[in-house]
Design a protein around this ligand. Sequence first.
Ligand code: ADP
Ligand code: MG
Length: 700
Amino acid sequence: MNENLLSTQIEYLKGVGPKRGELLRNELGIYTWEDLLTFYPFRYVDRTKFHKINEIESDMAFVQIKGKVTHVEMIGQRRARRFIATFKDDTGSIELVWFQGIKWIKDKLIPNREYVIFGKPTIFNRKFNIPHPEIDPVDEYKPTENVFQPIYSSGEKLKSRGLNSKGISKLIKTLLSEVQGHIPETLALPVLEKTKLLAREEAIINIHFPANQDMLKRAQARLKFEELFFIQLRLVKHKLVRSNLHKGIVFPVAGHYLEGFYKHNLPFELTGAQKRVMREIRRDLAMGVQMNRLLQGDVGSGKTLVALMAMLIALGNNFQSCIMAPTEILANQHYETLARMLKGMDIRIRLLTGSTKSNERREIHEELQSGSNQILIGTHALIEESVRFKNLGLVVIDEQHRFGVAQRARMWKKNTVPPHVLVMTATPIPRTMAMTVYGDFDYSVIDELPPGRKPVKTTHATDAHRLRVFGFLKREIAKGRQVYIVYPLIQESEKLDLKDLMDGYESIVREFPLPKYAISIVHGQMKPADKDYEMQRFIRNETQIMVATTVIEVGVDIPNASIMVIENAERFGLSQLHQLRGRVGRGADQSYCILMTGDKIGNEARERIKTMVETSDGFKIAEKDLRLRGPGDVIGTRQSGGLTLKQADLIQDAKILEYARNMAFDVLNDDLELKKSENYPMKKQLLKMSTESIDWGVIT
Ligand code: ADP
Ligand code: MG
């Protein structure tokens, strides 16, 4: 087998050459024959289906109609010249339009002869027409040749060099004739046998030129499985290697701290989900394997309490623990919450952030090394080299999406035996995506909110409603409620954002004047101490309105604040909107979220706003987000390193993913290093993936 054939540069394919080669590289990222081979159609058109003219709708990508040309005419002069044919079937008529190649088509079209036409309907002057359709006389049309016609994405530049979908398809046909018999299998034979999947070569041929519907399905199934399987193989391998490598610290007992807390300090009954997650964590910690657990739970689901109880287990086994939060505000708040919850328990707990004074910092460092400090709460400051523990047993990372992989990894090194790690995130991601991006983590989810929460009422308002919105705010403030008004923050221009915020702030001050109203303002460019001062005023209910940028997005918990106004809501992503809304709805009162936008917003933004108005379920929102933006954008490059799937779809292919993950476990439990000769193809494929430098967010 000549596998090197596939690494041939694309320009050396017959029909490509240097110019088209460059286009393929620049426009589609196709460098080699293999790249072209795995450039899959994004859809297929069933050429056995015919439409009637009266069935045409504007969102149809293609139609195929049988009928007759009844009339032709030339319209316009010079560049505006076009050739129009009226095409009729028994349900109506439609115009076919040519702007180019007019002479040729004019000679070819014979009135009253029956044709099959195929093309994309567009609307012009409120009527449908089909520009540049494919056209074949009925008696010459051979649908069997092209039952499923593959459609490839192309672009203007490519099209101008003949590389429209059809042109690309032609290249692939040429390529297949060159490489057939040389497309290597990547799955081990036993895996192929167990899964009953198509061989890779057969799958690739059929993904481009499906023999029939069944073969197309099987080809897709094979390629989806393969794609998901190798991601899982890699993640599961990391996971297994790691648990072999690091014998985790064993916490044999739940310990008297947890017991005491449970008996005397627990302010409320745990929810069923909190109890379940605690059992999962408890089991991990006793097992002798290092825990690496992702805890997902919607905003307000009570993750902090779970974190605290896990830390108390560490304490009860004579180990220190720490919790790292992404912002100073959040770290402060955790500190206060935990200190309050632990009142009377004689536990030494400290706060370390960027604004901790050097005296205090030194003191904390000493306490950590002597072991007298038991729980440390802080920001990124915890990662610093100078922060050393006597015996760190558990690291909690809150709002995990704010931290990079490297930052997490550094926390591992804070103890000779790596500490247990619990990462928490309130940006729910669909389970399938969690399995893919955090596939080397164990996974817990709090899927239940504490009892008595009223769903936040969410509405969409435009600038035209602004006065009414202000009136509403005044009435709610009169009832004693507090209000957040949030402005977007776009990284590119902090100055401009700040200006937006200050303009907004001034108009709010005008609308809500002293002495009746007091207003706090918090933004990213303020000194931490000033931020904290403003925050504290709001927490103590000395101010009724908090004007802020998204610095308050994560974690902040002020139950009396029951209204969230989001300005320029169209500029926020779904998960951010959900996070922001999660700041309200924490007390007993009815809460509201008002999404303010301009009158004109784009379709996708409208879709986001609609989703927010319709549902408060974080997982549903996450799924919608995934649909709107695709996995790479949702998870952020920082986390995923670039998660591009060619065939598989993380929403639709959940079952295949689950299956692929189980198969990865089966294979690796039997042969972790893939040393068996039967597993060689998979070993090779893994190696190839790692040299393609995809970083799946795995800690090594
Ligand atoms: P998040 O999961 O967003 O971090 P928090 O841990 O901040 O949520 O909890 C949100 C609020 O719910 C807090 O005020 C917390 O005290 C409260 N809470 C947590 N668990 C329970 C429970 N089991 N019953 C009632 N209230 C709870
Ligand atoms: Mg939280």
